[in-house]
Design a protein around this ligand. Sequence first.
Ligand code: CA
Length: 236
Amino acid sequence: MRILVIEDEKKVASFIRKGLTEEMYAVDVAHDGEEGLSMALHTRYDAIILDVMLPKKDGMTVIRTLRESGCDSPVLMLTARAAMQDRVQGLDLGADDYLTKPFHFEELAARVRSLLRRTSSEKSTVLTCGDLSLDTVTHRAMRAGKEFELTTKEYSLLEYLMRNKGRVLSRSLIQQHVWSYSFDTESNIIDVYVKRLRNKIGDDGSSRMIRSVRGVGYIMREPDEDSSSHESNSIE
Ligand code: CA
């Protein structure tokens, strides 16, 4: 999952980036409202963390413009403890949640998970598909009771696929949600990672959960799902 952090205080921004990266998210940072707005309109982020006091465009202007432009990414606003009015205004302009500064990273991480659940059909913190499970709090991945280790990108890719179970995901969509700007993506990187992921989770044979969709990308499906439907004709 990919998150945009719009925060001008370098120390706070890098603290959030570091923490979220450790939580296996792809993270982009913007240091003013103008840059943040342009990034948020250009990429469909899974969540946006937006500071209120920002140079060039303040957080209120950013959230208002985002919602007016039809951007529906969940937004968590960072406000000053004393500024009750900011919290009310932010929520009324379309923010989904707020957190007052200073905060503990654990709370920010929990609020981000909560935002990601709102836009996902998966409401549990543990994502499942067949006998595969991914705990989004502890980051433990298990298949049939056996735990396996994933790299950050493998985890991120699996989380994105599992959160969108049953949906055909194009390669460009997967790239947008799993890789940040700073990551140099080669054209076949997604296929390479899918292959690695399949090997790690032992996903093969006719009951394969991560299916290729010819000319498009991939879909994650429950292993016992009916594969004779019209749509799946092109699924390998
Ligand atoms: Ca600020």
